[in-house]
Each structure stands twice: as C-alpha cells, then as structure tokens.
Design a protein around this ligand. Sequence first.
Ligand SMILES: Nc1nc2c([nH]c(=O)n2[C@H]2C[C@H](O)[C@@H](COP(=O)(O)OP(=O)(O)OP(=O)(O)O)O2)c(=O)[nH]1
Ligand SMILES: [Mg+2]
Length: 314
Amino acid sequence: MSTNKQRLHVAVGVIRDGDGRILITQRAKHAHQGGLWEFPGGKLEAGEPVQQALARELEEEVGIQVQRAAPLIKINHDYGDRHVLLDVWNVTAFAGQARGCEGQAMRWIAAEQLREFSFPAANLPIIAAAQLPHYYAILEGLSAAEALDNCRRILATGIKLLQFRVKSLPSIDLQNVFEQVSQLCRQQQVSLLVNTDLPVDTTNAQGLHLSSRALLACRERPNGYRWVAASCHNLDELRYAEALGLDFAVLAPVQATASHPDAAPLGWQTLTELLEQINLPVFALGGLGRHDLDRALVAGAQGIAGISAFLAAD
Ligand SMILES: Nc1nc2c([nH]c(=O)n2[C@H]2C[C@H](O)[C@@H](COP(=O)(O)OP(=O)(O)OP(=O)(O)O)O2)c(=O)[nH]1
Ligand SMILES: [Mg+2]
C-alpha cells in the first residue's frame, strides 16, 4: 500500500569546483531511475546522521572528501514504487580528484547546462535551486533618480538576481527607468524579474515576479520567461506556486519589518515547517540581512530576499 510505504532518506551532493561547475553522474542502467543523470549520493544507513552519509556516499561514489557543505533544498517525492526524501547539500570545498568509482559516467558542467540532461522527475526543483544564487534583491525607489541610484548600489554588491518593483513612479518615467535598469543588469549578467503589478513592457526581462494576488489568478505558468517567481505568505500560496511549476517563491514576513508593520512575522520555526511541506526553492523575506544567510539555509530556505538589505554590503 502506498500509504504504508517507507520514506527513503537520501543524502545528495551538488558538488562545485573552483570555477562553479557542477558534478553529475549517470545512474546504473538497472538501478531505480536507471540511465538518468543524478547528483551523487545515496541512502542513509540506520541511525546515520545526514552529513555523515553525504561524506560516506561521496567518498564511495566519486572518491572525494567533503570539507564544507551547506543545506540546499529538501525534496519529498513519491515515485509510486518508492517514496524518497532527497536531502540535498551544496558541497563547496572538498579534497581529492573526482572520478566515477563505480564505473559510472561523470561530467563537470556549468549550472546553465543542467537543463540539457535528463534527470529523475524529483530533480526539477533541485536544478532550479542549484542555478539560483543565495540573494534576491528587490529594487524600489521614490523617484527615477533614487531608483537608478539604488540599482547601481545593489549591483555594486555583486547581486545576480533582481526584482524590479519601483511602484511609486509616474508611468511616464517607469518604462524609461526600467530600460536603464535592464541595460545595467545586462552589462553585469544580472537576471532581472519584473513585478507583475507594474505596467511595463517586459520584453527585456528574464523573468516575471507574480504578486500573491497575481499568482492566485494564474491558471498556468506564464510562458516565455527564464524565471517565474511569486510572493507567498502561507502554505496554500506556496503549494499553488509549486503546482504551477514556478521556479521559486519568496515567503514573507519572516521577521518584523518596518515596511509592513501590521503583518505578523512567521518566525524561523514556522518558516521551516512550511518549507518542509513543499518542493520549491524559497527566499526568506522581511526584516533580514545578508548576515542571516546561514540561518536561512539551515531553516531550509534558498537564501535571503530584501529591499534595504542589499543597498550596501554588510
Ligand atoms: N543520489 C541521487 N539519488 C536520486 C537523485 N534523484 C532521485 O530521484 N534520486 C533517487 C533515486 C533512488 O531512488 C534514490 C537514491 O538511492 P540510490 O539507489 O542511489 O542509493 P545508494 O547510492 O545508497 O545505492 P545502493 O547502495 O542501494 O546501490 O534517490 C539524485 O539526484 N541523486
Ligand atoms: Mg547512489
């Protein structure tokens, strides 16, 4: 009976080399999900802590010794014949030279190439998480000059993912400011998402960011964008974003924030409980700064989203 099926806990490593390339290996033909590409890893032994299992599996399968790892995402997936909990870690430092210790094919590839390979169905959100950075900046500003100044300050901190949400500009300025922001982003290889509340022509944007209202009004994932994300405040909205096949969500407010003084903060514990129930990369938003990243990763988030948090390096 599928309801009595035991959930297999699997430790999985997204291993990156010094150039940011990611290691993928091919599953043996006759294994479960055989022939597909995967991130190396395997089942926890009875009573084994997940980080210990990660280190053991990566040594056994690709001959490396893990030196630094941080949580990336957890995926609960029911294959019908087997229910897995993929506990995925970013491995950013290791010793040894990776090799296919079990005779399996192995490739080091750029994150953008991940979509060119066939992975098991459970891996879709892992691939999005591996391609996304840990910080998502939200651009606001009360005038055209302030918005452009904020944009330059944010990009100077090294941000690679930006949402255009300059709500208070007269529409005559809005398109012009958007074009300038879009050009700055292109020059610095920053992915730009446009908030759907703004009446701008999104031809030059890599992505759309749906407000929670726009999310619930959607019947399918909007076409033609590299990234589609949504603002969420509760489990129903997160589940809906996942069901539509969006790439990621932002969940707010995690802490008390001056910009939304009336909203009750969720807190880290509730954030963790919500994230355990969905398979989607989620940025934590609200009263947070860059220094909260480690805490957010441990809580199960992709990273931190913010407005003022990224106006200067902290
Ligand atoms: N390692 C890994 N497993 C994945 C990925 N995606 C995915 O659905 N899985 C599934 C396939 C398997 O059902 C399960 C991993 O179990 P496994 O059979 O590889 O475990 P293992 O390495 O301990 O292998 P073994 O000792 O049983 O031969 O998780 C992935 O990216 N990496
Ligand atoms: Mg394995």
